[in-house]
Design a protein around this ligand. Sequence first.
Ligand SMILES: NC(=O)CC[C@H](N)C(=O)O
Length: 227
Amino acid sequence: MKFAVIVFPGSNCDDDMVYAIQEGLKEEVDKVWYTEESVADYDAVLLPGGFSYGDYLRSGAIARFAPVMESVIEEAEKGKPVLGVCNGFQVLLEAGLLPGAMQRNKNLKFICRPVQLRVENNSTGFTKAYESSETITVPVAHGEGNYFCDEKTLEQLKANDQIVFTYQDDINGSVAGIAGIINEKGNVLGMMPHPERATANLLGSDDGLKLFQSILNHWRESHVLTS
Ligand SMILES: NC(=O)CC[C@H](N)C(=O)O
């Protein structure tokens, strides 16, 4: 399986994402610069964390218009797996690939520490390796992680099982404790916590690895390997 890690000016978790794929999954991965025109040759697209364009205007608001995003949106609409972590999640929201928006954390401070999450939906192509309602430890590192959506959107997210991860404790004020959501089709996941920083016990937790393993297993199931 071949992964693309998109690099915007200001991305700073791209190497961690590459490490997770190379060392954690032992699969192929390329960094793809924001000026590239196509991600069509890749099996999955990963939008990493960071401060794209210095978080000016709103986090992700400028990166959403980077040249590569046209192809990311096109591939997402065709059903390709797309994962956005932290700033990557913010870019997906700004691009309209996921509903809702991010606000500053309720305490107006940057939060950087491991947190406990609950796996709310383990039947997605990103979470099948987890147990239902499993509690996992994954670090967060954000200033704008306070997820907001209107009541109607929240009802839809709940009705369609699109809430994938919630925070065990209210760390940033997010509506319904939302830490990660998926689109209706099930191929675009955005999450504020960083699974790529939790892929080995040496890093404090390897609970993030199952997310990448789920993506790989899901892809293998739909691409029967003959060798
Ligand atoms: N680690 C990150 O991706 C940071 C996300 C974002 N720029 C924020 O502070 O909210």
